[in-house]
Design a protein around this ligand. Structure first.
Ligand code: ME8
Length: 513
C-alpha cells in the first residue's frame, strides 16, 4: 500500500454543460471528494480535478435551443457547476473547462502525437450517431431506431479522421490482464474485456458538420470528436503537453478516474488506447459506479423528478446528503433515491447512532467532570475491547478506501459507533456518578477517546459534523490528520460546551423540491 507523501491523483468526469447539474453529478463529485479528503488526511500528496466538458454537438444544440451563442451559454452553465462544487464544499485543486486555452493546446498536441505516430488517417464516416451520448453506433447495435440504452440516433455521413482503434485490441487485452485492478468493479471489467474481445472498429475522431469543438490541426474543416477532446482534460490539468511539468511528473498516471457506468467504455477502452498510441501511460484505475433512479424511476426532465442537489442540501444539510449517497448504495451498484430512505438513514445512523453518542457522552463530561477530559484509571477488559475496536479502525478502512469501497468503510465505522452505544448502556456511567466516580471518569474517558477516533475517520464523509465533534473535544484544527490518530486526549483538557451535531428530521419536515 502506498505510504505517506506518495502522490494521489483523482478525477471526476467533466460534466456536459448542456443542462444544469443534478444529483447524479453531485454523487460522483462527492465520492471523489471523500476519497481526496481521506487520502489527504492519510498524508498523501493529493491532486483532485473536476470540471466541465463544453464542446460538441450536444452542447452546441443546447445553446441554440436556449437562444444563446455557444460561448455565452457554456460560460453560464459551467458557472452553475462551479456553484455546485462550492455548495458541496468540494476540496478540488483544479476546475478545468475544455474551452480554456490550456486545454485546446493539449488536445491539439495529443492529436499531433497521434498523427505523428501514424495512428490517425483520413476517411469518411457513414453510420449512426447519438448526440445525447456523443457516441457512434454500429448497425448491429441499433434497435427500433435507437441505441441500446434508448437514446435516439441519427445517420451521419461526412469526411472524418479515424483513429486506428482496431490495432489496439490485443495491446488493450494485454494491458487489462497485466493490470487486474485497472477496471473496477470486477463485473464491469468482465464486460469491458468481452467487448474488446469481440473486436474493435476504427473510431471516427473528427466531425465536419458543425464547428463547436477544438479545431483539428492543419485541417480547419474538422473539429475533434468531443470524447478525444474531453478525455484529454485529465492530462491538460497536469501540464500536458509539457510532460516535464512537475505536476505531470508527480501526478500522471492518475490513480483513479471515477466515472458513471454510462461512460466506462470511453475511459477503459478509448482513453488507454489514445494514451498508449501517443506514447503516454494509461491511468492506473477507472472505477465505474452505478446509476441512481429516483423513487423507482429514471430521472428525467419530462417526468419532472430530477433531484436538484442545491435544494436537497438546503433541506437536509450537506453532511446528510453526503452520508446518504455514500452509505445507501454499495459503490458500483445502482441505487434508488427516495425521501423515505434518506430520512431513515439520517435519523437512524447520523442522529440516533452517532449524534446521540457524542451528545450523551460530552454532556455527561460537561456536567459531571467539570467540563474537562476525565482522568482514566485502570482499564477493564470491556474498556480495552472498546478502545482497540476504535484504534483498529484506520487500518481496517484504509484498504477499503484504496478500493473505493466507501459503503463498507462506513459500515465498519458504524459497527464501532453502535458498539460504543452498547458500551454506554452496559457501563451506565450516570449510575456510577454516586457509587464510583473514579470509574465513571474512566468510562467517560474511554468513550471520549472512542468518539475522538470516530470523528477523525468520519471527516472525509461528513466534514462539517466530524469537525464540530473535534471542536468539542478541543482538538486543534492542525492536529486532525491521521498522523495524530493515535494521539490520545489529555486528561484535564478543558472542553467547550457540547451541542447537538446531527439533527433528527420529522417526516413532516421533509421537502425535496
Ligand atoms: O458523460 N446516477 O458528462 P455528463 C449516477 N461529459 N451518476 C450519474 C447520473 C445518475 N443518474 N447521472 C449523471 C459526460 N451521473 C461527459 C464526460 S469525462 C472525460 C466526459 C454522473 O454530464 C456520472 O458520473 O453526461 C456520469 O458518468 C456523469 O454524471 C455523466 O455526466
Amino acid at each position: 500500500m502506498a505510504g505517506r507523501g506518495s502522490s494521489f491523483y483523482v478525477t471526476t468526469p467533466i460534466y456536459y454543460v448542456n443542462d444544469v447539474p443534478h444529483i447524479g453529478h453531485a454523487y460522483t463529485t462527492i465520492a471523489c471528494d471523500v476519497l481526496a479528503r481521506f487520502m489527504r488526511l492519510d498524508g498523501r500528496n493529493v491532486r483532485f480535478l473536476t470540471g466541465t466538458d463544453e464542446h460538441g454537438q450536444k452542447v452546441e444544440k443546447s445553446a441554440a435551443a436556449a437562444g444563446e451563442a455557444p460561448r455565452a451559454f457554456v460560460d453560464r452553465v459551467s458557472q452553475r457547476f462551479r456553484e455546485l462544487v462550492e455548495k458541496l464544499d468540494i476540496s478540488h485543486d483544479d476546475f478545468i473547462r475544455t474551452t480554456e486555452d490550456r486545454h485546446i493546446k493539449a488536445s491539439q498536441a495529443i492529436w499531433q502525437a497521434l498523427i505523428d505516430g501514424g495512428h490517425i488517417y483520413l476517411g469518411s464516416y457513414a453510420g449512426w450517431y447519438s448526440v445525447r451520448d456523443e457516441a457512434f453506433y454500429a448497425e448491429s447495435e441499433i434497435v427500433d431506431g435507437k441505441e441500446p440504452s434508448g437514446a435516439p440516433v441519427e445517420w451521419v455521413e461526412e469526411p472524418s479522421y479515424f483513429f486506428r482503434l482496431s490495432a489496439w485490441q490485443q495491446p488493450l487485452l494485454d494491458f487489462y490482464r497485466a493490470n487486474p485492478d485497472f477496471i473496477a468493479p470486477q463485473s464491469r471489467r468482465n464486460e469491458v474485456m468481452s467487448f474488446v474481445e469481440g473486436g474493435l472498429l476504427d473510431l471516427s475522431v473528427s466531425r465536419t458538420s458543425f464547428s463547436w469543438g477544438v479545431p483539428v490541426p492543419n485541417d480547419p474543416d474538422h473539429v475533434m470528436y468531443v470524447w478525444l477532446d474531453a478525455l484529454t482534460n485529465y492530462i491538460t490539468a497536469v501540464g500536458y503537453p509539457n510532460t516535464d511539468d512537475p505536476l505531470y511528473q508527480t501526478f500522471w498516471p492518475a490513480n483513479v478516474h471515477v466515472v458513471g457506468k454510462d461512460i466506462l467504455r470511453f475511459h477503459a477502452v478509448y482513453w488507454p488506447a489514445f494514451l498508449m498510441a501517443a506514447g503516454l501511460e494509461p491511468p492506473r484505475r477507472v472505477f465505474a459506479h452505478g446509476w441512481w433512479t429516483v423513487e423507482g424511476q429514471k430521472m428525467s426532465k419530462s417526468l419532472r423528478n430530477v433531484v436538484d442537489p442545491f435544494t436537497l442540501v438546503d433541506s437536509f444539510g450537506l453532511d446528510q446528503v453526503r452520508y446518504f449517497l455514500m452509505r445507501e448504495v454499495p459503490f458500483g451498484n445502482d441505487g434508488d433515491f427516495s425521501r423515505k430512505a434518506l430520512i431513515g438513514r439520517l435519523n437512524n445512523d447520523l442522529a440516533n447512532d452517532f449524534g446521540n453518542l457524542s451528545q450523551r457522552v460530552l454532556s455527561m463530561i460537561a456536567r459531571n467532570c467539570g467540563g474537562k477530559v476525565p482522568e482514566p484509571g485502570a482499564l477493564t477488559d470491556d474498556d480495552k475491547t472498546m478502545l482497540s475496536s476504535a484504534s483498529d479502525l484506520l487500518g481496517r478502512i484504509r484498504p477499503l478506501m484504496e478500493t473505493q469501497t466507501f459503503h463498507e468503510a462506513l459500515d465498519v465505522i458504524w459497527t464501532v459507533i453502535r458498539a460504543a452505544n452498547s458500551y454506554v448502556d452496559r457501563q451506565a456511567p450516570w449510575a456510577l456518578k454516586k457509587t464510583d466516580p473514579a470509574r465513571m471518569g474512566t468510562v467517560l474517558w474511554v468513550l471520549a477517546e472512542t468518539i475522538r477516533r470516530l470523528a477523525f475517520l468520519t471527516q472525509p464523509f461528513v466534514p462539517g459534523g466530524a469537525g464540530r465533534m473535534l471542536d468539542q473535544l478541543a482538538i486543534a484544527d492542525d492536529a486532525r490528520d491521521f498522523a495524530a490518530f493515535d494521539t490520545a486526549l489529555v486528561a484535564g483538557t478543558a472542553l467547550p460546551a457540547p451541542s447537538g451535531i446531527f439533527p433528527r428530521f420529522a417526516e413532516e419536515d421533509e421537502a425535496i423540491a
